[in-house]
Design a protein. Structure first.
Length: 240
């Protein structure tokens, strides 16, 4: 807070006057002798023209890490994920960034991978953001998301994903924008090409899952969705 105040060219007295507190009160907050009240916290953010995240973590945007991703994915519909430790967030990162982060790396969690089609079906997404965040985190994530978008749309034609599709046009745009993986991608779970569904072959994906695998995962999550506990409750088991 002190750094932000100095960068704005304000004295403690000036900042205190704008926030409706005395210089002494503001000095005690800057020195860590007292915590600001919630109303003062908001006034400081407004006067200093900074997001609340800056005061909580020192960053200008919500952090994204494994715990953040798990909490956000739970809220997006993967209701059998359990965060290993208590996690209090100031804000969620964009949904598109969460999905790309979850699909990055050599071996993303299979329960998450197989749930992404239903997450894409149930939640509004932006195709360009999915592509952009994917390229930023891991070039493979963008083509993986396009493949899973194609899986979602394929299941839609057969009734394999229940519930209303929120943004089918965005999924179609993602499929048009992102090319297939340039090299075979098994996401850490290789399968024989002969056992793969056509939608996986189109994207050069060698991940060991059939359309029935994704359909069963979607049905399970729909069951949990209809029996979801009150806001803040978590069901299921921990992701290892």
């Amino acid at each position: 807070m002190r750094t932000a105040r100095i960068q704005r060219g304000l004295t403690q007295r000036e900042l205190g006057a704008r926030c409706g507190v005395t210089q002494t009160e503001l000095s005690n907050v800057e020195q860590g002798k007292r915590l600001p009240s919630l109303p003062l916290f908001f006034r400081l953010a407004q006067v200093l023209e900074l997001p609340l995240e800056r005061f909580l973590s020192g960053e200008l945007r919500p952090k994204i890490d494994r715990q953040t991703v798990l909490v956000h994915l739970y809220r997006l519909g993967i209701a059998d994920l359990l965060v290993p430790r208590s996690c209090v967030l100031s804000a969620f990162p964009p949904t598109e960034e969460t999905l790309d982060w979850a699909l990055s790396g050599n071996a993303p969690d299979p329960r998450i991978v197989e749930a992404i089609p239903v997450v894409l079906a149930w939640n509004p997404v932006n195709a360009r953001l999915l592509e952009g965040y994917g390229l930023a985190h891991d070039p493979r994530a963008a083509s993986r998301l396009a493949w899973l978008a194609d899986v979602a749309l394929t299941l839609r034609t057969t009734g394999g994903i229940a519930g209303e599709f929120t943004a089918p046009l965005a999924l179609e745009e993602l499929i048009r924008r992102v090319p297939p993986s340039p090299t075979p991608d098994d996401l850490g779970r290789p399968a024989l090409r002969e056992t793969l569904p056509p939608v996986s072959r189109r994207w050069n994906i060698r991940y060991a899952a059939t359309l029935e695998t994704f359909q069963e995962r979607a049905a399970h999550l729909l069951t949990l969705r209809t029996a979801r506990p009150p806001e803040g409750g978590v069901v299921g088991r921990e992701v290892s």
